[in-house]
Design a protein around this ligand. Structure first.
Ligand code: SF4
Ligand code: SF4
Length: 445
């Protein structure tokens, strides 16, 4: 059999070190290549060869490269492997459901993209959600259900979340399906009572936003009456981190970026890291994600520089929390089937009115909805525009070596061709892959 090099190999060289590394974005393998065999590996990954014709010591190296997918049989079309991943159902078959019980919020964040209409989900919509889950279980043979509670501030409707969760839990029990839920919250309403309720309705993760130091957070994220929310969020994180994994989102722009690093330096002071492994901070970019937040444009960090800061923040975290697996801190490249749930027919987001959306960031614009949850929304042209999107018709992506770990990036940005974030996905891995792997190697070795 003739072998040839994978199209998805990346050579990583660490400064002046004698050792090189090979990363393969199709299979996710990372191989250490000592100097003494580097020439052989370079030769093997540059030319076609027959395995049987080789001296034993070279054959052993070739077999190692074949096992990691760095070298492949010439007859294999690697793009077919990516296509198969893209068009196949998730494993296990999972229905990803985002529920927005209300668009209302008790904060008035400076950069928020929502208009906070005082609209909440009715009992009728809740009942239809249950019917839709049951329809999916029967028609798609769902094996797992993952619910994300999103808002506004979803905890303003804790009673509704509790009631609907109970009905969902009864349903998944009836069909013997696994279930877990997560929550996106501003953290101000997390107290002992809410934490106790949430722990009984299968919540595993909570994303809480805390914009770093109090002076920045209180400026960015005040209550409706302008009063500060920092202390309440810290209290909420302390309570919730005893039970749940907390993804601590720190939103930054050009003016607050430095302060986010200062916050990290002083983080012990706030005692939210007592249960270190449960709290995972990361920075997120404040930017014009929708037409409602174009005002953030002037202060936004240029997307081409963004990943440099993300990596720097992660490096600081790795130094500070050396007992946490760096793979949990660094955004180590993952093999993807789809760029995100919005493009998948296994996923839907339900607005309080019952309107459905593909992307959760669009819930504030009813014109972007793909129909109602009680209609055959999967036949609606908007829903289909997303779920039938074929990444392989994009000439640039099809020949891209980052494709298996990018899958075309955020489709919202792709549809919005002229937006601030255009070509953001390309900038992401182009800038970020090698430095991330380098950092990972430095820490692990
Ligand atoms: S389309 Fe973009 S913004 Fe929407 S969910 Fe996917 S990655 Fe997020
Ligand atoms: S969006 Fe850019 S980086 Fe991602 S697969 Fe397409 S061409 Fe490659």
């Amino acid at each position: 059999m003739t072998y040839t090099s994978s199209n998805y190999n990346f050579w990583i060289r660490l400064g002046e070190s004698d050792t090189s590394y090979l990363f393969n974005s199709l299979q996710g393998g990372l191989l250490r290549i000592p100097k003494k065999i580097k020439n052989i590996v370079e030769e093997l990954t540059s030319n076609c060869f027959e395995l049987n014709d080789m001296p034993v010591h070279i054959k052993n190296i070739a077999e190692l490269l074949i096992n990691g997918g760095f070298i492949i049989p010439e007859i294999i079309n690697e793009l077919d492997i990516i296509k198969k991943r893209f068009f196949s159902p998730p494993i296990p078959k999972t229905f990803y459901l985002t529920i927005v019980p209300t668009l209302n919020c008790n904060l008035r964040c400076r950069y928020c993209y929502q208009k906070h209409l005082d609209i909440s989900m009715s009992q009728e919509v809740c009942k239809t959600i249950i019917k839709e889950i049951e329809r999916r279980i029967k028609s798609q043979n769902i094996e797992e259900l993952k619910v994300e509670w999103y808002g506004g501030e979803p905890l303003l409707k804790l009673g509704l979340i509790k009631h609907l969760s109970r009905n969902i839990m009864n349903l998944v029990k009836k069909y013997n399906i696994s279930y877990e839920a997560s929550l996106v919250s501003n953290g101000t309403l997390l107290n002992s009572k809410t934490v106790k309720i949430l722990s009984k309705i299968c919540i595993k993760k909570i994303q809480i936003t805390l914009d770093g130091l109090p002076e920045i957070h209180n400026l960015n994220r005040p209550y409706m009456d302008g009063s500060p929310s920092f202390e309440d969020v810290i209290r909420g994180i302390k309570k919730a981190s005893k039970k749940f994994i907390i993804h601590l989102r720190i939103n930054v722009d050009r003016y607050s970026l430095k302060k986010a690093f200062e916050f990290l330096d002083n983080i012990e002071k706030y005692e939210i890291f007592k249960i270190k492994k449960n709290v995972r901070p990361y920075i997120a970019m404040i930017g014009p994600l929708t037409p409602n937040c174009l005002n953030t444009c002037k202060r936004a960090i240029d997307p081409k520089d963004w990943y440099f800061y993300v990596l720097k923040f992660q490096q600081e975290l790795c130094k500070k929390f050396s007992d946490i697996n760096p793979k949990e801190i660094l955004e180590y490249p993952k093999i993807l089937h789809k760029p995100c749930g919005a493009i998948s027919e296994w996923s839907v987001c339900v607005h309080p009115s019952g309107k459905v959306f593909n992307c959760g960031l669009e819930v504030d614009n009813l014109q972007l909805s793909g129909g109602f949850i009680w209609e055959p929304y999967w036949e609606h042209p908007i829903y289909k525009k997303w779920t039938k999107y074929n990444i392989f018709e994009n000439k640039k992506c099809v020949i891209c070596r980052y494709l298996p770990i990018c899958m075309g990036g955020c489709l919202k940005h792709t549809f919005n061709k002229e937006g601030f974030f255009k070509n953001n996905a390309c900038k992401h891995w182009y800038n970020y892959l090698e430095p991330t792997i380098e950092e990972f190697i430095k820490i692990v070795e």
